[in-house]
Design a protein around this ligand. Sequence first.
Ligand SMILES: [Zn+2]
Length: 346
Amino acid sequence: MQRITLPRPDDWHLHLRDGAMLRAVLPETARHFARAIVMPNLVPPVVTLDDALAYRDRILAALPEGMSFQPLMTLYLTEGTDPADVERAAASGLVKAVKLYPAGATTNSQSGVRDLTRVMPVLETMARIGLPLCTHGEVTDPQVDIFDREAVFIDTVLAPLRRRLPELRVVMEHITTEEGVAYAAGGGENLAATITTHHLIINRNHILAGGIRPHYYCLPVAKREKHRLALRRAATSGNPRYFLGTDSAPHVDALKEHACGCAGCFTATNTLSLLAHVFEEEGALDRLEGFTSRHGPAFYRLPVNAGTIALEKRAEPCTWPEKIHAEPGPVTVFNPGFPVHWHVLP
Ligand SMILES: [Zn+2]
């Protein structure tokens, strides 16, 4: 029997939604994670400090008795965002990042940015005060193949932005390619990248070969096997540039199993067990705590969590509920497609 103990982990990219869905999924994260960077792509989006404070109150109100969890709030960057409001938000201590969604890139991103030059005053303010910009790193040009959108974003948007504003602290969210891995590795102190659990496990064959599997469809979409392997090397490298952002994103089954299915994998429930499995496969169990618990706080300039969480490898595989039963409908928990033996201890 093998056992590992980690400082309580954080999720540096999480979708909690709102209302009944928030109440259903929040315990899945709070059970294991102390904090999370909470994505602001609600309808309508969380744009201002006031929006973020109200959303934070709703999250804390939805937290079951006896659980502790600290939501780290983000603002949704729009072309109308006021730099002074962003500065107040950072000063509040409750807002930890601003999120850039290229307009139309993913779920509820219609209000995103079309022209970066229009938000330069906001980005300059963020660079001055050290507030990170979290990027959904995909171009939305219909001419660009969906499997190339991350690499093209790096070349045509991110690299030029960082040359223009090198002091801006940037998190490349949910990188999915070897180009993303390489750019993050060479980006210096002001750049980091999050990696999801599911992108360490699936490649595009899992989605498309032998029938379409909508519960593996997410954005950015999983790429070729060589990219999955590059992500695994990065995540398990011990390089503090990379840390966990699950991008766990609940959609009800009816909208996943649909003629135009929603993007998102729901991994909050089983992420830690899956990561222990992946890190063990890569011979890097000793580096798991960096990825889940240390590199993220270092980049966000926050303390490592005081508590710990332990996992134990047992002969019998873990079991999870196949679905989380939310009032709007069932949400399918990510199924890795293989048995996992790392049990999170209560
Ligand atoms: Zn996301």
